[in-house]
Design a protein around this ligand. Structure first.
Ligand code: G6P
Ligand code: MG
Length: 220
């Protein structure tokens, strides 16, 4: 019996991975290095600062603290402009019906996203009311790949990690889930997702039946 489902947001609920690509590329452009979708996918799940840090490190450019902060600000101000254009159509395939199915079955849902803009995005998608909570990343001590965000999500709704399913499309997030007792689901084609208890090619494949079948297989 699944009591709670913990969702990553970017790339699982919202189709915003490409928007992160656009703004991350702006940072890379400023530092004079090439950027591509593949690298962007690898960076998914890292906090805003950790993302900028990774790009700065690869560029070999040394930035003052002020310049570093300004990169973070530029990235976020552009990102906010982009997400203000989101509509309920910007959900990942099949996700809205999966969320509705979970709601109807009385399963608690929580969002564990590294994004400080998570509530804003979910509001734009008209999905915020479905969730019992959104983890406040500003109150965490460690970001993904640390498991803290997922454990916090379970704690928020008083569900034991063993009764939780956690869904990710990113390597860092999945690494976090794998350090908990949650049942892990990886969605997408990123190679590192094969480490999950269940790997599905698309969010369209998510149904309660598919999850329960996989959980029962694991119990045997
Ligand atoms: C998510 C995304 C990352 C992004 C991070 C911070 O984890 O997968 O690509 O860098 O959130 O997002 P924010 O909206 O706070 O800049
Ligand atoms: Mg993601």
């Amino acid at each position: 019996q699944i009591k709670a489902v913990i969702f990553d947001m970017d790339g699982v609920i919202s189709n915003t991975v490409h928007l992160h690509y656009i703004v991350n590329k702006k940072v890379a452009d400023r530092l004079g290095i090439a950027f591509n979708e593949e690298w962007n996918q690898k960076l998914q799940g890292l906090s805003r600062r950790a993302t900028v840090q990774a790009i700065v490190e690869k560029s070999g450019v040394s930035l003052s603290d002020e310049e570093f902060e300004s990169c973070c600000e530029i990235k976020n101000s552009h990102y906010i402009q982009l997400i203000n254009e989101l509509t309920e159509k910007d959900t990942q395939p099949g996700i809205r019906s999966f969320i509705k199915e979970l709601k109807e079955s009385g399963v608690t849902m929580v969002v564990a996203s590294a994004s400080q803009n998570a509530s804003r995005v979910l509001t734009r998608l008209e999905l915020l009311p479905y969730f019992a909570g959104v983890v406040d990343v500003t109150k965490l001590t460690r970001g993904k790949p640390d498991p803290e965000i997922f454990l916090k999500a379970a704690e928020m709704v008083h569900v034991s990690p063993t009764d939780c399913v956690a869904i990710e499309d990113g390597e860092a997030g999945l690494t976090g889930i794998l350090q908990t007792e949650m049942f892990s689901v990886g969605v997408g084609s990123e190679p590192s997702l094969v480490r999950a208890d269940l790997t599905l090619p698309s969010t369209e494949d998510l149904t309660i039946q598919v999850l329960e079948k996989a959980l029962n297989r694991q119990d045997k």
